[in-house]
Write a protein that binds this ligand. Sequence first.
Ligand code: BGC
Length: 763
Amino acid sequence: MTLDTRISRRAALMGAGAVAAWLTSPARAVLQAMGRVTVPAFVDPLIARMTLEEKAGQLSLMASAWGGGAAAALNPPQGDSNFPRQVEEARQGQLTGVFNGNGARAARILQTAAVKDSRLKIPLLFAADIIHGHRTIFPVPLAEVASFEPDLARRTAEAAAFEAAGAGIDWTFSPMVDVARDQRWGRGVEGGGEDPFLGSLFAAARVQGFQGADLKSTEHMLACIKHFAAYGAAESGLDYNVVDMSDIRLRETYLSPYKAGFDAGALTAMASFNEINGVPSTGNRWLQTDLLRGEWGFQGFVVSDYTGDEEMIAAGYAKDGRDAARLAFLAGVDVSMQSGLYRKYLPDLVRNGAVPQAQLDQSVRRVLALKAMLGLFDDPFRRIDVKRESGRSMLPKTRALARESGRKSIVLLKNEGDLLPLPRSGKKIAIIGPFASGQHDLVGPWVVYGDDAKAIDLAAGVKAAVTDKSSVVVAQGSGVEEPLAGGIEQAIAAARSADVVILAIGESANMSGEAQSRTEIVVPGPQQRLAEAVAATGKPMVVVLKHGRALALEGAVANAQAILATWFLGTETGNAVADILFGAYSPSGRLPASFPLRSGQEPFYYAHKSSGRPNPTSTPEPYKEHFRGILNRALYPFGHGLTYGKIEYGGFTQSSPTMPLNGTIEVAATIANRGSRAAEEVVQLYIHDQVASITQPVRLLKAFRKIALAPGQSQLVRFTLRPSDLSFLGRDRRPTIEPGSFDVWIAPSAEAEGVRGVFELTA
Ligand code: BGC
């Protein structure tokens, strides 16, 4: 967990040694250096020469007006498509940069206007939503968290930066690190899943991948932690909706991945659209200044989300555009995205004394300092190179990484009778469903520059893996949300002609992402009916799910012999799925978000608290906590995932029945692969504080280890728990550790028993 440097008196007494060690540790020094902004000597004299209008221009970021295309479709339609006018704005010093532009050629024209023709020759900054790849598209971020391998995310972020920086992009609006516990919300697909500990590790890894060790590198770019804050907690999972929560929950659960991202050196933040407890994030001074800068020491700049400042009018917080600009700026949002409110109103607000000139200068200083750190004052064209743009695009090594990350993101939910892996020859295979074949829904949501046409679909991946392509038949069977005339009949015929069915069903790319909340997180009706009809043929069936969220599986889908959660895997989709289907690689993904038993359980997450009437048995009991007819538990919990080996947990040991307040305890288990195939296992450590002055979740992930096991091999896996692992935010909002009993599990998922023990934390 992230260690807060403020500690309670109690924590100070017992943990002082550990805290002191951290405060002086080289690791902390490196992290701090990463997040530090240095302001070059030329910046202040430059600011002194700027007019108020030029200063406001440095705080105004607009969507690229070049050409439209895919980029234009990603935001509400109010972007300016008049490119010559935008070039003129660059000349007039009214722009700090543009986002989601169209490559090096357009960037060169704009940058030339800024650095050759504008009065002060300040370079522009080019931003883009590089969320899971630039041209080579990697799995959606949520999928990649299933790998439980943060370093994989670091590597894909680095590869995305390599391609994108080659195309003139200096700054990505990524990583998105919003904790999402209500899968109705569509944007969970962009983030780190339901668990703040796991999400924090991925947040940090992605920042490191994008930014590298030196922001001047033409192979890296500036990262942006978004959406600050708690955007994922939108009430009822409805995108943009309000957030109202206790500050303990806010700090303990929702804020930690942002903090981890900043600690890893991210130097920009994006304010979220939502309000928190009545105050929009964009106008929230406590959030954007007191906490972010004061408490956390953030030195970079904050940008509003797309027209987020202006939206405070509709939210009933700002009177008009001028008021919105004033409120956002005074709250600590340095740069305004897309509304144009800063360049329209800030100069006058300063003249009238409503906004202090010193604060304006400070925001401009931050922006100019980061432009300098990116090397743009040394060479404004350092990332803009048309030849390099194509020379770095979709290289074999990048595609190979996409395939590796694709197969590591797949979760085997179920595999009755060892139906998987399938043999490469000797069986006729029917691939059925709207996602069986075709260049659609492959790269997934939030892709600006990637292309489905350049991606491998499932049928192509399967055909490349089998020895005889003619053994594969394909039938669409159904549309995604609409039935297909004659589709079910075709599907039944295809299933009957085959020995095994691969049923490729789920969500299309546009069913998750921004503004795509769903009321029910199920497989759409027409596809469910297709599944029922195909299952009725009695043929063995592997469900290959495509999805941007955890789903509630029902009927024939839930009852299929084998189920793979494959999300949106990007450019190498078909090959990655085939690697798993035919056993080139044993599945190693584990769920980063719980699949509930029913859609209506949402919000649903493993780290919930116990009510006073839990229902601990396997059947719903009267007057115990459950929904009518079902237990309030998961069909497939967080952390769940099978492999082709047979993994056994045993031999639990703990170094002592007690742990002193200033000591540690070691717990261990032996993990064995009893199967005949090499496998990887994600060994997870959970704890539960049995009694505390603030009630604690039934389980909390504290550590995990991904291990490789050859057939017949076993490995002793040890974990050390420290006092900081047992601390929680107390009534005084400070890290608190209380003596008492703790359950500990070493287990293959958040609901599995695995092996377990109990220890006593002693005063
Ligand atoms: C999204 C952001 C994104 C921005 C720019 C907004 O609608 O919420 O995540 O970075 O648009 O495209």
